[in-house]
Design a protein around this ligand. Structure first.
Ligand SMILES: Cc1cc2nc3c(=O)[nH]c(=O)nc-3n(C[C@H](O)[C@H](O)[C@H](O)COP(=O)(O)O)c2cc1C
Length: 226
């Protein structure tokens, strides 16, 4: 059960035989949409139509002031030509990292489509009105949980959080809660966006839009070796 010198637990599946041949499709320069946002529209629509669980789940990587990386999944709440938006606590670990190093990378892991989309760029807060727009549709329970939990701090127990939530529930008027100042949206403003389609024999298609400042804010497309 051991894969050479690479450690592998005895009782789990044989990882060396876990490989899928990627035959779902190709991504050619001819079929690539003229803009990254139109290409993302197509692939995101495909992921939704295919019934992927949480197609808007995206891994967000950030780094602290020393460059130490960190990553976690969030839900993309919107996108357009200006970037990708997610909502979170500005006081969380990711919020602290983004305060000192406002850059992030995203990965949309659409494995059943044999696709991934990778994004890198700078990060900005979306502003109060847009953050209210992200907060208001949350059910009261989710608003209470977000307001009662100081995200990413160490707590003594789950009960402590439940108690805080109940207290807040009792203390606040019925209906929607006001948005806490520390909760809101971030926008990842892309500088590079890569569309990856798995290929036969691991000859994957990788087409990347790169912002080209020399072109006055235009974009160039590059093909990357797999
Ligand atoms: C599918 C999924 C969706 C999630 N969506 C969000 C989200 O939209 N916002 C958020 O703050 N955390 C979300 N989380 C939780 C984060 O992964 C993470 O635990 C939390 O944001 C704290 O991260 P941090 O300590 O790096 O700041 C989600 C987790 C999963 C698995």
């Amino acid at each position: 059960m051991h894969a050479g010198a690479i450690g592998q637990h005895e009782d789990v599946a044989d990882l060396s035989s876990m490989r899928t041949d990627y035959t779902a499709g190709r991504l050619t320069e001819e079929e690539l949409a003229p803009t990254w946002v139109e290409q993302f529209d197509r692939w995101f629509s495909d992921a939704v139509a295919a019934g992927l669980p949480e197609p808007n789940a995206v891994v967000v990587a950030t780094a602290d002031a020393d460059g130490a990386p960190d990553a976690r999944t969030v839900l993309m709440k919107g996108y357009d030509a200006s970037g990708f938006v997610f909502a979170t606590s500005y006081a969380s670990a990711k919020g602290a990292q983004l305060a000192v190093n406002p850059r992030a990378a995203l990965v949309f892991p659409w494995h059943p489509m044999q696709r991934q989309v990778r994004v890198a760029g700078r990060v900005e807060r979306v502003g109060d009105t847009a953050s209210d727009g992200l907060w208001d549709p949350r059910p009261r329970g989710a608003q209470l949980a977000a307001a009662a939990s100081v995200q990413s701090t160490v707590v003594d127990s789950r009960q402590e959080l439940v108690d805080r939530m109940r207290l807040l529930d009792d203390q606040s008027a019925e209906g929607p809660l006001p948005r806490p100042d520390i909760w809101g949206g971030y926008r990842v403003v892309p500088e590079r966006i890569e569309f990856w389609q798995g290929g036969t024999d691991r000859l994957h298609d990788r087409l990347r839009f790169v912002r080209d400042d020399a072109e006055g804010g235009g974009w160039i497309v590059q093909r990357l070796a797999p």
